[in-house]
Design a binder for this molecule. Structure first.
Ligand SMILES: [Fe+2]
Length: 171
C-alpha cells in the first residue's frame, strides 16, 4: 500500500524538501487506512505509515478528543484531513508556558494546513461535538510526543499574575 502511494519516496532517505513535495501529491485510500488504524474513545491513536531519516508520515485517529496545546520543537508539520472534521486553534505565548488563543478554524476532508516548529496549536475533533476524525501528518524531522512543548491556556487568575509582573518589571 505504502510504496504504491509514495512511489520512490517510500524507499529513499528523502530530505525535507522531497518529503514535503511528495506529501502534496499523496493520495491515501480512506477505506484502506481505516483497516490499518483504529479509534479509541477519548483518545488519539497513531498509525505509522512510512518513515525515512528526515521525516515520518503518520495517520492519527481522533475519537472525541483534542490534543494538548503544544509546539513541534524543531519539526515542521504538514497535515491533511482524511475523514471527519478537525478543529485547529493557534495560540501565542503570554508568559512562559501560558498562551492565549489567536485563531480557530475547522478543516474538512481534503483540506490541508502546515505548522512550523515554533507554531503553538491544538488539534482534534471540534470542541463540544461528539465525533471522530482521521488526519495525515508529515513531520520533518521526526517528532516524538515527548519532544513537544506543552502549554496551558491563560485564565483570569493568570492574567492578574501576568499584569502584576509587567508592572513590576517597569519599576
Ligand atoms: Fe501538532
Amino acid at each position: 500500500m505504502i510504496s504504491a502511494h509514495l512511489g520512490p519516496y517510500a524507499q529513499l532517505p528523502a530530505n525535507k524538501a522531497e518529503a514535503s513535495k511528495a506529501f502534496k501529491h499523496i493520495e491515501i485510500d480512506e477505506a484502506e487506512l481505516r483497516h490499518c488504524g483504529h479509534f479509541e474513545h477519548g483518545l488519539r491513536t497513531r498509525f505509522e505509515i512510512a518513515k525515512a531519516d528526515a521525516w515520518i508520515l503518520l495517520a492519527i485517529f481522533w475519537d472525541n478528543m483534542q490534543s494538548p496545546i503544544h509546539d513541534h520543537e524543531s519539526s515542521d508539520c504538514g497535515f491533511h484531513v482524511i475523514a471527519g472534521e478537525a478543529e485547529e486553534t493557534r495560540y501565542k505565548i503570554v508568559k512562559d508556558d501560558l498562551v492565549k488563543p489567536i485563531a480557530t478554524r475547522i478543516l474538512k476532508p481534503g483540506e490541508s494546513a502546515k505548522s512550523t516548529g515554533e507554531s503553538i496549536h491544538s488539534l482534534g475533533v471540534p470542541k463540544g461535538v461528539a465525533g471522530q476524525a482521521i488526519t495525515l501528518h508529515l513531520y520533518c524531522p521526526i517528532l516524538g510526543y515527548d519532544a513537544m512543548g506543552i502549554y496551558r491556556e491563560v485564565d483570569a487568575a493568570d492574567e492578574i499574575v501576568v499584569k502584576s509582573d509587567k508592572i513590576q518589571s517597569r519599576r
